[in-house]
Design a protein around this ligand. Structure first.
Ligand SMILES: Cc1ncc(COP(=O)(O)O)c(C=O)c1O
Length: 367
């Protein structure tokens, strides 16, 4: 079976580097908030072209902490997409703010600016822009929209590790970027991990306090924070894995190019190509197909795993049924949820695997 992710197939050198990193931490006898975290925070912030990185327990916390550090909370509305991981919206609610869900664009699955405009109210404080599937697009237009309405831009970069748009890295366009290093992400830890990146020193300092019980100096808690620390073993292993990220991302892009040129089945429509070569890191390669469930079953029967991101939009999840939506409806989100399918696109795939996926997609016929 060609899987969506295959960690066991990673090069031995990656495993060796991870084991060496774990050993270094164990030998140091220092497990939380130490040199490994400081060093990975610096490395990741540098990679993002930003001055500050604050390691946290996961990507959802990175969003919540960003909102809380920006003092966006009770009574404030944050507009985002319903076509995302539930964690995006849960983070807004956990910060005490009110999520508002806008519709998407059909050709990319990304948040629609026209829909966001319809959702803006006097209470809107921020747009939480999800770089879904690894795509970064139209950032000038997003910045302009936020500036025009005096609202804060925050980026959910959980799927867009180091995707760049006009030379700038995801996370560097708004006030803060939230990364997840969940195992399946393009840069993944062997466990949970996340980071908030920002160019704003005061925001970084406040976020660092919030992740550690709101502690300013030992035993002083001027505000109520959380326990959301990124531990030393995960930080050390992420530093080790970072050396392979560029090579792995290049491989994802090669696979995507092969899919774009090889998939010729009129029933299966890949999402739009990116605006620039580097503006997509292909966390997921997504196609739309009206007979999606049949296509998924056909691929499975032919030894290809394919998953759906996402079959149930957030506004259909029980805790979110009363969330305010685009007044013109969520038609494109509903349609995408019914038709989208993610094909395997991970860096350990061989050329033969890629050819097998293409052949299986092209062989799909439905009545
Ligand atoms: C778009 C998006 N936002 C947020 C998250 C949350 O990240 P984490 O699982 O690290 O909390 C994820 C990961 O599932 C995600 O894909």
């Amino acid at each position: 079976m060609i899987l969506m992710n295959d960690f066991k197939a990673e090069p031995q050198a990656v495993r060796d580097a991870m084991l060496a990193a774990a050993k270094r931490v164990i030998d140091s006898g220092w497990y939380v908030l130490g040199k490994e975290l400081e060093s990975f925070e610096r490395e990741w912030a540098d990679a993002c072209g930003l001055a500050h990185g604050v390691g946290v327990a996961n990507g959802m916390d990175a969003i919540e902490i960003a909102l809380r550090a920006l003092e966006i909370g009770p009574g404030d509305e944050v507009i985002t997409t319903s076509m995302t991981a539930f964690a995006t919206v849960l983070a807004i609610s956990r910060a005490g703010a009110i999520p508002v869900l806008a519709d998407i664009e059909s050709d990319t699955g990304l948040l629609s600016r026209e829909s966001v405009r319809r959702c803006i109210s006097e209470r809107t404080k921020a747009v939480l822009l999800v770089h879904l599937y690894g795509q970064v697009r139209d950032m000038d237009a997003w910045r302009a929209l936020c500036a025009e309405h005096e609202i804060t831009l925050i980026e959910d970069c959980a799927q867009a590790h180091l995707a760049t748009w006009q030379g700038q890295v995801a996370g560097a366009f708004g006030r803060a970027g939230a990364y997840s290093f969940y195992p399946t992400k393009n840069l993944g830890a062997p466990g949970d991990a996340g980071m908030l990146v920002t160019g704003d020193e005061a925001l970084a300092k406040k976020s660092a306090r919030l992740r550690n019980y709101g502690q300013s100096v030992r035993y002083h808690h001027p505000e109520l924070g959380m326990n959301s620390r990124l531990d030393e073993i995960q930080a050390a292993m992420l530093s080790a894995r970072l050396h392979w990220l560029a090579e792995f991302t290049d491989r994802r892009r090669d696979i995507a190019d092969a899919y774009f040129s090889g998939i010729g089945n009129p029933r299966v429509r890949p999402l739009s190509r990116p605006q620039e070569k580097t503006a997509h890191v292909y966390h997921l390669f997504v196609v739309n197909c009206d007979a999606r469930d049949e296509l998924q079953a056909h691929l499975n029967a032919n030894g290809v795993q394919a998953l759906i991101h996402y079959p149930i939009p957030v506004h259909h999840q029980e805790p979110c049924v009363d969330v305010r939506l685009d007044p013109q409806g969520m038609a494109r989100t509903e349609q995408h949820a019914k038709t989208c399918l993610s094909l395997p696109c991970h860096p350990q795939m061989t050329d033969a695997d890629v050819a097998r996926v293409i052949a299986a997609v092209n062989a799909f016929k439905n009545s």
